[in-house]
Design a protein around this ligand. Sequence first.
Ligand code: NAP
Length: 309
Amino acid sequence: MKVLFVAGDPKPERWTVPISQLLPEADVRVWDPNGPAINADYAIVWQPPAQLFEREPGLKAVFNLGAGIDGLLKVPNLPSDLTVVRLEDAGMSAQMAEHVLHQILEVSRQMELYRHQQRQSQWKIHRPINRKEWPIGIMGLGHIGKRVATTLTSLDYAVNGWARSEHSIEGVHTFAGNEQFGEFLATTRVLVNTLPLTSETENILNYGVFSQLQPDAVLINVGRGEHLVEDDLLRALNEKKLQRASLDVFRKEPLPAGHPFWERTDITITPHISARTLRDATLEQITGKIRDHAKGLPITGIVDITRGY
Ligand code: NAP
């Protein structure tokens, strides 16, 4: 079997050496933009060039090195019948749960205020957190959203969850579809976005949505930059509809110098680090699926291209 590695890593051997160890039966090659076709059976990709699909029409499946496949679905010439497989958790949901909890605690436990007091050598105790005042709403209840939700319920937060279809998660008040979106927002103060980017979810974080949240609301966006209407966020913060936003993803990454978000003290910026792709867990999952697929066994994580996730 031939496996092609197609990602812009300057040191592709960091990936291909472990792939060969995990899949010794495979002939593993690195994509050469100027090279000939190799008649690959499988490709492991991150933002591949359009030529991949012209040059390698015999691909049996393509494995994405991430959970979000919005970048891959934008590639021109992506065959509509191609089997695209996304990464399923692979250590990302635990990282995301940590990141979201951290961002919530920064606000709910007034960590900035305590850091300020430390700089003034000031010992002053403020009232403890009342969890009832911090209902959290998770948009998306997939691999990532569900783990974030259950982590927060384990700490006794009131957690709402919203997805396309109905879900039943112990301790989480779930809402489904556009019909129940308003009700979900009205019971939420901390809005956490873990949605995939699709034509239905693009621009979903907008002024109309922020206006329906509970007072002193907080936004945490770990989905994609294109979910957020940036001017609407600034307006909602200026009008105090939102007290704070924590953003890990942006329309343009890296966030350009001079972007108005950089100067805001009410926006926390992290450079797309909330859940990193962990190489060992990722390659173990992908090579296991390649082996199963080659044997004709069913695999999970196949993307519905028309749905967009
Ligand atoms: P997933 O398992 O496919 O879950 C997606 C969830 O979103 C599902 O619950 C789905 O509803 C819901 N959803 C999709 N479209 C919707 C819509 N129109 N309305 C309401 N709900 C909708 O995906 P995942 O593994 O949790 O990953 C989610 C996203 O997180 C990725 O696509 C990526 O963009 C982002 N991500 C970010 C980072 C980072 O470092 N910032 C890292 C990893 C992933 P159903 O359950 O009803 O299908």
